[in-house]
Design a protein around this ligand. Sequence first.
Ligand SMILES: NC(=O)c1ccc[n+]([C@@H]2O[C@H](COP(=O)([O-])OP(=O)(O)OC[C@H]3O[C@@H](n4cnc5c(N)ncnc54)[C@H](OP(=O)(O)O)[C@@H]3O)[C@@H](O)[C@H]2O)c1
Length: 313
Amino acid sequence: MATMKAIRIHAFGGPDVLKFEELLIPEPVEGEFLVKVEAASVNPVDYKIREGKYRAVQADKLPLVMGRDVAGIVATLGPQANDQLKEGDAVYAMLGLDRGGYAEYAVVKATEATRRPASADAIAAAAVPLAGLTAWQGLFRYGELREGQRVLIYGGSGGVGHFAIQFAKAKGAHVIAIASGAHLDFVRSIGADEAIDYQKQRFEDIVRDVDLVYDLIAGETQERSFAVLKRGGILVSTLAEPDQEKARAHGVRALRYTVNENAAELDEIARLIDAGKVSPKVSKVFSLAEAAEAQQYLAEAHPEGKIVLRVAE
Ligand SMILES: NC(=O)c1ccc[n+]([C@@H]2O[C@H](COP(=O)([O-])OP(=O)(O)OC[C@H]3O[C@@H](n4cnc5c(N)ncnc54)[C@H](OP(=O)(O)O)[C@@H]3O)[C@@H](O)[C@H]2O)c1
């Protein structure tokens, strides 16, 4: 039987629970295909799952191959996989929680994958799916952001934030980004009209009348957000359920959401990348065997944009 290298956890814990193992190559069933993975990205959800801090993944789901994002080449089509894709196509996908991308091969559902941007290599393409879809759904599906509106984005320099800034700008919104001082030039370079250093300034002293707050930080930053929203505005968070009483008192809507897999939205994002309107930033590339170092680096170093694992040359 053919085997592959993969990074798998058998228990929750620190980086040492990530095991570099030889596993059987999984087989696609109906509606799925097998992708030869070239690159996989690292997201905060990966180390949250590893630490046992992600509610949707409990011990009964272990052992689990880590990783939600892949870019690679379609190797085998399962029955009725997808009439849009064929063997040899270069694709990218956000995987469901039941499978992993830190592996030489990954089974991908037809509803999760699409052709990757023609202008992006595998490393840049792997950086996109989960963070890009999170930003897309947060701004447009839940935040209802439209041209000409004002959006305030927290965590603007990170994986999700750097896509959110670029998507909002491409939509024609006025973008105000919050980041630490070292990343202000970066957030301006990708389209922020205004950049605020949260270590030096309180955003509520400067910002007023925003249509949308996009919150990637939560905590007291989220609490302070209500004051800067217009009546009728929306607060969207990836992290904490906002206080509904405060939302009502300020005449705004406020919600938390979880990203989901969506090939059609990845197509729209690919078009923006190929049009030169969005550019994934990859700060550092690690090998598959270095997954533990990669997760540590993402958790501790506050990198700009994304961290990616190179799985194949
Ligand atoms: N609900 C969902 O479906 C969903 C989906 C994706 C992500 N998320 C969550 O959303 C968050 C952002 O994800 P990501 O991929 O963008 O993470 P990331 O790449 O690690 O970026 C985090 C950002 O937050 C900033 N930051 C870190 N510590 C901070 C602090 N104490 N105060 C203020 N800013 C701080 C960092 O920039 P500076 O160094 O400039 O501060 C960085 O830009 C994560 O917690 C992730 O788990 C949720």
